[in-house]
Design a protein around this ligand. Structure first.
Ligand code: NDP
Ligand code: 2IT
Length: 444
């Protein structure tokens, strides 16, 4: 059996209840076959793949908190410090009832390669909790965040592990987490990113993931001789990534026809109204059913359906495994030319293969959504030098990074004889730097 197959088999056997982690490992290792085969003896001797798929450390802890009525609750907190070969652990905190160890591990594993692709010195980590922020008061959110940080702070530090936002964790949560970290340690340091602008945050971090997604999509289309202006797009989700993806898409001349939340989706034939979306989601924290009040021409549908709309570009920006094989078939039938993942692993393996086999350009999340963590690393740089850069400076750096990632993934794919297979390209390009650092640092 090949080394890659052995490792995939052992990951499944050792972590039987973690299907998302299996999926992420399979996707990455399958596409690394050419590199692994060429170095098999050395990698085996150093147990390189065994070390790559085993987190350096995984923390699981109790998070007790009291609601507004005086009732106590207990959630489970996680932080997986996956790989520090190229820098301190870096990755977001997800707050969603679906969170479990396998989901945090899949996200942490992806993060290793994504962070490497940015070209910046950040290792891979991820964390979160099965806490559900929906319907909670600000006080309850604060109580949870303070309790969560009261355990986690011991393992963090600006040079050790630097968390950030993800699903359910935005500016409000980062503020409460930061306040508690500072109170417990007495240290004012860049230990979290996505901070508010008044206490060390970076301009353009809020926009970075969505904007970066569009910068990469634009460049990928350009490499294939296609102009992004004038295209139509379907976006899923209506959170941080989706909102700023829609905003940048519109600035680039793309008409975005859809967005969604976990209850339903909106079709707006005139193009999504970003100001309305921001008010509904960022200010009111309400549901998408409200969108019709702002745009009477739009249609709200319960359930799934974003991928049934005829568009040129598919931009999944909600969550993992939200674009299935049937959706991929529908997109192809409707003449879709490109799919770029704003979310982490939103496309199933079968759907990804179908899209690629049918000539759809496919940018995997670890490349396409790397703008968020890249800008987090720029926030760390600003914190270290105790300076703040302008929006234009950060945005220009973000654009440069996304263009670079696009070229690196395209070049790596070509170098190994998989031209235009950006999944292979992104995985190999991300892997090369991490492996080099791991081999140089010995068996640790
Ligand atoms: P938000 O919490 O701001 O928004 C998430 C959106 O996705 C909401 O519209 C939410 O709907 C929807 N959603 C979440 N879970 C589900 C689910 N299980 N089923 C259906 N819809 C769901 O998160 P972000 O925008 O920050 O994150 C979106 C994706 O992008 C995630 O995969 C995240 O890991 C990834 N990502 C985020 C980055 C960042 O900087 N924030 C960086 C890189 C990737 P509802 O409100 O109804 O729950
Ligand atoms: O998935 C991701 O890259 C994020 N949620 C952002 C991580 C970060 O550290 O900014």
């Amino acid at each position: 059996m090949s080394y890659v197959d052995e490792i995939i088999e052992s990951v499944v056997a050792k972590n039987p209840s973690e299907p998302e982690f299996h999926q992420a490992v399979k996707e990455v290792l399958e596409s690394l076959r050419p590199v692994v085969d060429a170095n098999e003896e050395k990698f085996r001797k150093e147990a390189l793949l065994e070390r790559l798929v085993e987190p350096e450390r995984q923390l699981k802890f109790r998070v007790p908190w009291v609601d507004d009525k005086g009732q106590a609750h207990v959630n489970t907190g996680y932080r997986v410090q996956f790989n520090s070969a190229i820098g301190p652990y870096k990755g977001g905190l997800r707050l969603h009832p679906s969170v479990n160890l396998g989901i945090i591990k899949f996200l942490g594993f992806e993060q290793i390669f994504k962070n490497s692709l940015t070209g910046l010195p950040i290792g891979g980590g991820k964390g979160g909790s099965d806490f559900d922020p929906k319907g909670k008061s600000d006080r309850e959110i604060m109580a949870f965040c303070q309790s969560f940080m009261t355990e986690l702070y011991k393992y963090l530090g600006e040079n050790t592990d630097v968390p950030a936002g993800d699903i359910g964790t935005g500016a409000r949560e980062i503020g409460y987490l930061y306040g508690q970290y500072k109170r417990l340690t007495g240290r004012y340091e860049g230990v979290l990113t996505g901070k508010g602008l008044s206490y060390g945050g970076s301009l353009a971090r809020t926009e970075a993931t969505g904007y970066g997604l569009l910068y990469l999509t634009q460049e990928m289309l350009k490499l294939n001789g296609i102009d992004i202006a004038g295209k139509t797009a379907a976006v899923s989700g209506s959170g941080n990534v989706a909102i700023y993806a829609i905003e940048k898409a519109q600035q680039l001349g793309v008409k975005v026809l859809t967005c969604s939340d976990s209850n339903g989706w909106v079709y707006d034939p005139d193009g999504i109204d970003v100001a309305a979306l921001k008010e509904i989601k960022e200010v009111k924290r309400a549901r998408l059913t409200e969108y019709k009040n702002y745009r009477p021409n739009s249609v709200y549908h319960e359930g799934r359906g974003v991928w049934s709309v005829k568009v040129d570009l598919g931009l999944p920006c909600a969550t993992q495994n939200e674009l299935h094989l049937e959706d991929a078939k529908q997109l192809v039938e409707n003449g879709c030319i490109a799919v770029a993942e704003g979310a982490n692993m939103p496309t199933t393996l079968e759907a990804t293969e179908y899209l690629q086999q049918h000539g759809v350009l496919f940018a995997p999340g670890k490349a396409a959504n790397a703008g968020g963590v890249a800008t987090s690393a720029l926030e760390m740089s600003q914190n270290s030098e105790r300076l703040s850069w302008t929006f234009e400076e950060v945005d220009a750096k973000l654009q440069g990074i996304m263009v670079n990632i696009c070229h690196n993934m395209a070049d790596a794919a070509e170098r190994y004889g998989f031209a235009k297979n950006y999944v292979v390209g992104a995985n190999i390009a991300g892997f090369e730097k991490v492996v080099d650092a791991m081999l140089a640092q010995g068996i640790v």
